[in-house]
Write a protein that binds this ligand. Structure first.
Ligand code: FAD
Ligand code: PHB
Length: 392
């Protein structure tokens, strides 16, 4: 068997794994990243679009902020629309902060480029990844690559392998606790090479279901529709999508919407999920491997970034200062921020979507909450503070 040695074995070459690898290697800590898919596959996934300022700072610290700085779009606010009306939440005025619109696909590309420039070790299309001995001093990872059994001996393992990865289930069932809410609908997303309908995002609550207008750049728009879980992408022609989106937007936006052929279309189910603890012995969980949020609060990628922030600090403290406090506190520190983002994402989802079993009372509650949000600067400040991201 072919054995290599590293300090931190990282499972998963998504944003969490790549960012962690980049931050550690820049400080002289050796890593190997194992990714199940090809690079092209990873780069074809259309996902997040909104970065909190904490994530932006971390990306800069990792030395991969140059293109984001040039091409990312700073958003100082967002629109909330309901019943053909809309109002704006002014992040800048209410909190002094803002968010950055920059696609996850672009960020992942920047990270791969930076890793390549430093001769980073990223193995793609690995199979049968298994984690061993993280509850002892002999941690290692076994896997198949290019038809051969391999092994990495390491000090620590970072499980950055997303919700369907293997890292989380390495933690014994007697230790692991999982908390979950599955929502009775999904989001149908459409990417089109058309100018965005608005300079800022529009989150629209409508009797027919939620809709979101987002963007990637001035010539590329990303739109979402709440759809029943049973729906398939094939049922939704581009024409049907645009027609439905227009119905759910305030008239002013619907009239100016520029439509075009879709570049990508996919359905994502909505889920809230947290696994505790996020550390077991020499294994750390990071990002979607440990938690999932419904996308309504734009928090998934941002939580992956804050986990990476805490874990990179903890590992640097261990290797450079022989201090394990960060490692010992990692799970509690990360989870404290995770649960607050879970709460925010859940509350935004509940506020803006139609639920199949909603009673008339529930509908009035939603309406009252939206009216309160529109009329109260205190309520808007609470939303803005969470949306731009709680401090690390
Ligand atoms: P992933 O991106 O899932 O990466 C995990 C990697 O591990 C993958 O490349 C996978 O192939 C690999 N892997 C899996 N299993 C194995 C294995 N056994 N061995 C080796 N490798 C493995 N978040 C936001 O913050 N803002 C948004 O606006 C936003 N919008 C979203 C919209 C949609 C439609 C979706 C689906 C998600 C959105 N998210 C958003 C969430 C965000 O995309 C995720 O939270 C983010 O990708 C998490 O990064 P990650 O690196 O933890 O996991
Ligand atoms: C996106 O642009 O993909 C996006 C933006 C905001 C969200 C979710 C997704 O809340």
């Amino acid at each position: 068997m072919n054995t290599i040695r590293t300090q931190v074995a990282i499972i998963g070459g998504g944003p969490a794994g790549l960012l962690l690898s980049q931050l550690l290697e820049r400080k002289g800590i050796d890593t190997v990243v194992l990714e199940r898919r090809s690079r092209d596959y990873v780069l074809a996934r259309i996902r997040a679009g909104v970065l909190e300022s904490g994530a932006v700072d971390l990306i800069r610290e990792a030395g991969v902020g140059a293109r984001m700085q040039r091409e990312g779009i700073v958003h100082d606010g967002t629109f909330i629309a309901a019943s053909n009306r809309g109002f704006r939440i002014d992040f800048r005025q209410l909190t002094g902060g803002s968010v950055m619109v920059y696609g996850q696909t672009e960020l992942t590309q920047d990270l791969y480029q930076a890793r390549d420039a430093m001769n980073g070790k990223i193995l793609h299309e690995v199979d049968e990844v298994r984690i061993h001995g993280v509850d002892s001093d002999a941690a290692h990872v076994s896997f198949r690559w290019q038809g051969r059994e391999r092994r990495i001996a390491c000090d620590y393992v970072a499980g950055c392998d997303g919700f369907h990865g293997i890292s989380r289930n390495t933690i014994p069932a007697s230790v692991l606790r999982e908390f979950e809410r599955v929502y009775p609908f999904g989001w149908l997303g459409l990417l089109s090479a058309t100018p965005p309908v608005s300079d800022e995002l529009i989150y629209a609550s409508h009797a027919r279901g939620f809709a979101l207008c987002s963007m990637r750049n001035p010539a590329l728009s990303r739109y979402y529709l709440q759809v029943p879980l049973q729906d398939s992408v094939e049922q939704w022609s581009d024409e049907l999508f645009w027609e439905e989106l227009r119905r759910r937007l305030p008239a002013a936006a619907a009239e100016t919407l520029v439509t075009g052929e879709s570049v990508e279309k996919s359905i994502a189910p909505l889920r809230s999920f947290v696994a505790e603890p996020m550390r077991w012995g020499r294994l750390f969980l990071c990002g979607d491997a440990a938690h999932i949020v419904p996308p309504t609060g734009a928090k998934g990628l941002n939580l992956a970034a804050s986990d990476v922030y805490y874990l990179s600090r903890a590992l640097l403290q261990h290797y450079h200062e022989q201090d394990d406090h960060g490692i010992d506190d990692y799970s509690a520190t990360a989870l404290s921020r995770v649960w607050k983002a879970e709460r925010f994402s859940w509350s935004m989802t509940r506020l803006l979507h139609r639920f199949p079993d909603q009673s008339d009372f529930d509908l009035r509650m939603q309406q009252a909450e939206l009216e309160y949000l529109e009329s109260s600067l205190a309520a808007q400040t609470a939303l803005a503070e969470n949306y731009i991201g709680l401090p690390y």
